[in-house]
Design a protein around this ligand. Structure first.
Ligand SMILES: Cc1ncc(COP(=O)(O)O)c(C=O)c1O
Length: 484
């Protein structure tokens, strides 16, 4: 039987953690040499790694101290390890085999990876508020009671739910108290919790009406949960929710992006907001409100959450994916009272998705005002980027109309009919990554939106933005193309 060893502080050792398996039988010294050599050769022990002191390794393996000393000495002699006074025994710099180069396979017909990334979907990653987040984490973890480091409450830390209740009421017009909030890892997780799937529980049933243009990923999550989606046509006032009255069959919920239709970019008209709530009241239905970028508005009156019209008929969902980073994985659901228990049950017995230290950090960030400050700063930055894009297009491609620019982190460029697919392809060949509007179309949508490009102006790093816009202008179809 192989002996295995994990260096741990319980044994009083001070080295780093390492798992070794010594072959049974034969000399312990030879077995240890073989195990260490193999760990260096296959890269588990990287060059420069400090090995545990003789005594702690010997204690953990149940071998004599000299056995370890001899094994180290042998491997030093072979060149696998180095021993230097004061810095212990380490893996030699050139001990590991060179990593195998991973050459991305590119078929002859594949364009280069985009040099200019204008694919919508993420905030400027370089603007993550590292210092503010670190300071908030330090404050939050210093103040946290010990029980915060035990298993987490699946509803979410009360500190965060309190902070969010105040923030969402103040900034988005959401009517809530902390008891109606369930913390999750983002909108996708909220969908899984509501309809089933990994990390979820099937609280609601379909079919669900969705906007005819929307995020395919969300539709595929619903598909995976066997929830049928019914496309709602869009016009310049947003989703034509009144058409739900004509849909046959029991549509139970309506998934909307009311503050900023995704991806076309307009707010849902007030009459449509009211109609959606009326539908939910009369048909015992629910509105799922995806408020993915509600904080980012530039030159129009703030559009509050539909949830404020009827908290018992709306599941309001937000996350930090656009405001801070999609890597953080923190979101929130503000639920009608009767759904709170079922959603908490769907989350499981203990928090398994949203790290409690991160929840406490976000709570501090919000309470201390740094979250607001960051959002304000980013709003100014994105507004400048948006203005730059609009000005560049006005000068260099005046035949192309830009829409959906009053809010959010992306714009839609309306193209001459029949040019979208070739424009996306041409952009890819020129190293400009972006998507066409048709990429977002529900496969069963009755109509097609006019041709368009979805341009994510938050994505490039600040220093690369002007060059990205310049490259975009170069690949746009010229005046007249497609109209002949
Ligand atoms: C339409 C839409 N909804 C929601 C989100 C947020 O998703 P999540 O919170 O799962 O990161 C995004 C992307 O950030 C989005 O584009």
């Amino acid at each position: 039987m192989a002996e295995s060893w994990v260096n741990s502080s319980e044994h009083g050792s001070v080295g780093s953690d390492l798992h070794l398996e010594l072959a049974a039988g034969g000399s312990r010294r030879a077995a240890l040499i073989r195990a260490l050599r193999a760990a260096v050769q296959d890269g588990r022990l990287a060059p420069g790694t400090r090995l545990p002191p003789y005594r702690s390794l010997a204690a953990d393996l149940g071998v004599a101290r000299n056995t370890v000393a001899d094994a180290y000495a042998e491997l030093v002699a072979e060149g696998w390890l180095t021993a230097r006074q004061g810095s212990g025994t380490r893996v030699a710099d050139r001990a590991a085999p060179p990593p195998r180069a991973r050459v991305p396979k590119r078929s002859p017909g594949t364009p280069a990876r985009p040099a200019y990334n204008l694919v919508q979907g993420q905030p400027d990653a370089g603007s993550f508020p590292r210092a503010a987040w670190l300071a908030a984490a330090r404050r939050a973890l210093t103040a946290a009671p010990n029980e915060a480091f035990g298993p987490g409450d699946p509803q979410g830390r009360v500190e965060l739910r309190r902070a969010l209740a105040g923030y969402l009421a103040r900034v988005r017009g959401v009517r809530t108290d902390p008891e109606r909030i369930v913390v999750c890892s983002g909108f996708a997780h909220a969908l899984r919790l509501l309809f089933g799937g990994p990390g979820g529980g099937a609280v609601l049933r379909g079919p669900v009406a969705v906007e005819a243009y929307g995020l395919g990923f969300h539709r595929s999550l619903l598909d995976a949960a066997k929830v049928r989606t019914v496309p709602l046509p869009l016009d310049e006032h947003g989703a034509r929710v009144e058409e739900l009255a004509d849909v046959r069959g029991p549509v139970r919920a309506m998934l909307l992006t009311p503050a900023h239709q995704f991806p076309t970019g307009g707010p849902l008209h007030p009459a449509r907001r009211a109609a959606a709530v009326d539908w939910a009241r009369t048909r015992d239905g629910l509105i799922l409100e995806d408020d993915y970028d509600g904080e980012f508005r530039y030159d129009r009156e703030p559009v509050g959450a539909v949830q404020g019209l009827d908290p018992e008929r709306v599941v309001y969902v937000g996350s930090v994916s656009k405001s801070l980073s999609p890597a953080v994985r923190l979101g929130w659901m503000v639920l009608p009272e009767h759904l709170v228990g079922a959603v908490v049950t769907a989350k499981g017995e203990r928090e398994a998705w949203a790290s409690v230290p991160d929840q406490l950090t976000l709570a501090d960030l919000v309470d201390s005002g740094h979250y607001d400050r960051h959002v304000r700063r980013m709003r100014q930055r994105y507004r400048r980027r948006r203005d730059h894009l609009v000005a560049a297009l006005a000068e260099r491609a005046p035949h192309i109309t830009v829409t959906g620019i009053a809010a959010g982190l992306h714009a839609v460029l309306r193209l001459p009919p029949g040019t979208e697919a070739s424009a996306v392809k041409a952009a890819a060949w020129q190293g400009v990554g972006l998507e066409g509007l048709s990429d977002y179309r529900h496969p069963a949508a009755a109509t097609h939106a006019p041709d368009g490009l979805v341009v994510g102006y938050a994505t490039p790093p600040e220093h690369a933005y002007a060059a990205a816009v310049d490259a975009l202008c170069r690949v746009l179809p010229p005046l007249g193309e497609g109209e002949l």
